[in-house]
Design a protein around this ligand. Structure first.
Ligand code: IMP
Ligand code: MG
Length: 207
């Protein structure tokens, strides 16, 4: 489904996947591709003659990463990291597992994210990357919901600042669906909240 199909007034309501449909397009594939190209050019300039590793946060950022690095005209390496969200004594806790961490020491690290919302994820990630002794750490995110921020985090390279909406596509998911949309779409009243989701899950497993 391309974003043009929305302009013709259709709604994409999935009846066998995610429980909610996409109601409108926020960013078209053309807008995304143009911006990703610009970001790639900026990174090419900023990281020339540097040992750089692009570190993507699974799974959402993979889509952005692969398009981004094809616009970076430099020798570079790629790594991935996964995030685990849990409740520790009722407190929201985020930890990250970095694979290939031997590749980070002494390198310039560009953390690649799909979206920064409250900032907790990036904050946790920066902390664990710091432990690997890199030369520098910068954050590159496609989207930023600045108005939702709870902890201060650096955003060094930004695709688009967006309003506090729940968005999907280009890697971003709702109930694991919609990652394959080539554009960014909006899900109205998604009611997505990782903390209450974890609470509900732990209540279920305790009962
Ligand atoms: P933060 O820790 O609140 O900054 O959340 C960042 C993470 O929440 C992202 O890596 C996404 O996985 C998820 N997230 C936040 N907002 C959205 C959204 O609008 N759509 C899909 N996922 C989101
Ligand atoms: Mg993510």
């Amino acid at each position: 489904m391309r974003s043009d199909d929305f302009k013709q007034g259709s709604l994409f309501i999935s009846d066998n996947g995610a429980s909610k449909g996409v109601s409108r397009v926020l960013l078209t594939e053309q807008q995304i591709n143009a911006r990703v190209q610009e970001l790639g050019q900026t990174l090419t300039r900023d990281y020339s003659n540097r040992e750089v590793i692009f570190l993507a946060v699974l799974k959402g950022a993979l889509y952005f990463l692969t398009d981004l690095i094809r616009n970076v005209d430099l020798p570079l390496t790629v790594g991935v990291t996964s995030i685990e969200r849990s409740l520790v004594d009722g407190e929201y806790n985020i930890s990250s597992t970095i694979r290939d961490h031997s590749m980070i020491k002494g390198k310039h690290v560009v953390i690649v994210e799909d979206i920064v919302d409250t900032g907790h994820t990036i904050a946790a990630l920066i902390k664990s990357v710091e432990e690997q002794d890199p030369t520098s750490i910068k954050v590159c995110t496609l989207l930023d919901k600045v108005s939702k921020r709870e902890v201060e985090v650096p955003v060094d390279y930004l695709g688009f600042e967006i309003p506090p909406l729940f968005v999907v596509g280009y890697g971003l998911d709702y109930e694991e669906y919609y990652r394959n949309l080539p554009f960014i779409g909006v899900i109205e009243d998604a009611n997505w909240d990782p903390v209450s989701e974890l609470r509900a899950r732990s209540q279920k497993s305790n009962s």
